[in-house]
Structures are given as C-alpha cells and as structure tokens.
Design a protein. Sequence first.
Length: 274
Amino acid sequence: MERKIETAWCPGCGNFAIRDVLEKALQELPVPAHKIVLTSGIGQAAKMPHYLPVNYFNGLHGRSLPLAQGIKLARPDLTVIAYSGDGCMYGEGGNHFLHAIRRRLDITILVSNNQVYALTKGQTSPTTDPGVKNPLAPEGNQNLPLNPLALAITLGAPFVARGFAGDKDHLQELIKEAILFPGTALLDILQPCVSFNKVNTYQWYQKRVFKLEKPLTDRYEALRMADTWGEKIPIGVLYRNDAAPCREVKEIFGKQAAPADVACRADMTCVMMR
C-alpha cells in the first residue's frame, strides 16, 4: 500500500520526483536503513528528509554540511547525506560548502537546484540566471550566477555530478553512485520550480539536457563541461577521481555506544539534537 505523505510543496514541484527517486535509491543501497542519516537546513528542498523514512537532523539555514561533518566524525560507520536547496547550500551555506570539500570526508551532498529561493516566494538565488526577473528584482538579476560544479572541481572534489528531476531513472543511478563513492560527492539536481521560476521549466530543460556517456576523469575537460550552460546542459558524472584520498576518521567514542545526542536511532525517527 502506497504511503500518503502530506507535504508543503506546491503541486507539480520537482521535489516530488526527487523524493520518489531518493526513496528508491536508499532502498537499493547495500546499507541498512538505520545506518543512513540525512541532514538539512531550511527551505523547501530542506524539508526533503521530513518526507522520507530515514534518520535525519534538520538544522539551521545553510548548516546542513556542519551537521553532516559532525555526525560523520562522531560516527564514521554511518552513511551521511547532506540535502538542501541551492539557496541554503550555496548561499547561506556557501562558506561551509567550500570547506566541506577541503576536509575530504566521506559524505554525500545532494542539492535541489531550482535557481530561486522558493520558501520565501521566489527571490534571486546564487544560481539564478542573469536577467531573470522576480518581485524583488523587477529589473532582472544583475549578479553573475554561481557555478557550483566548476567551483567543486576547482576545490578538488573527487566526484561531481548533475542530475535532472525530469529523468528519474538516470537520476536514481546518479544518486546511488554518489552515495557509494568513497569520498566527498556532490550531486546538483536541476529541479523545476513551477510556482516561482517560469524560465527554467521542465520543457526548458528537456530541450537542453544531454547525458554524458561516461564520467570525465580529466579536471580541465570537466571544468569545460561544467561551464557548458545555455543551449546545451550536460547531466551525468562531470568528474570522477577514484585516486583522490578520502580522509579516514576514527570513531570518537571508540567501540562504546555514542551518547544519545550524537547517535542516530534505529527506529527511523527524527533525531532532534538540542
């Protein structure tokens, strides 16, 4: 019997497709469910863990990555996934995004990138295209958009990929590949916002996205591909470096059980650490 879940998302939101895909991907992982924990910040995308049967920690705006790193350091046996939107991850959380890649921990970063601040009604986000108008920028966005994939590759991230909510089968495989990669993995997901982004729609993306046949292993070629945006938009693994060292951490609490304030519960309930 299919579970009925009440959400705060608008009808037609791209997050619905991502939620379905993410749930299936987590079920197919060779990892027990109680060993998986999601962290998130604030925003429409950051509500994703609320609607999944997983352990999670919902924190402050832009703070999904400090949570993920802290949990991984305390419990390296867990599969840790940081999930938020482009505003939360690249805007408020931009500083943490930079240094999370530098720290080389085995965590996965999933980003719903709808190119707007959807929770607060469609303001310009770090990834909004130039010239795009909204109620607070009626003259159009005057800022250059952040290129998170190129930034991650430049910083040395060993796994950088892009998916599209309109291609669920492809996205599901990308999610599994990112989570199973032994190191810091970034998957940026193109997620249409049907309410506040009337430019980057499903139809707009479907005319432009194309799949990479295989992961790129040359950083300079990967950077060139990451900078490809407009009439053609690549999806797939833009860069993969299996030789990159992953920072190994020892469990802070040794073989003894971690205190309740840092441990994930095995009954799949929300863990609120205060």
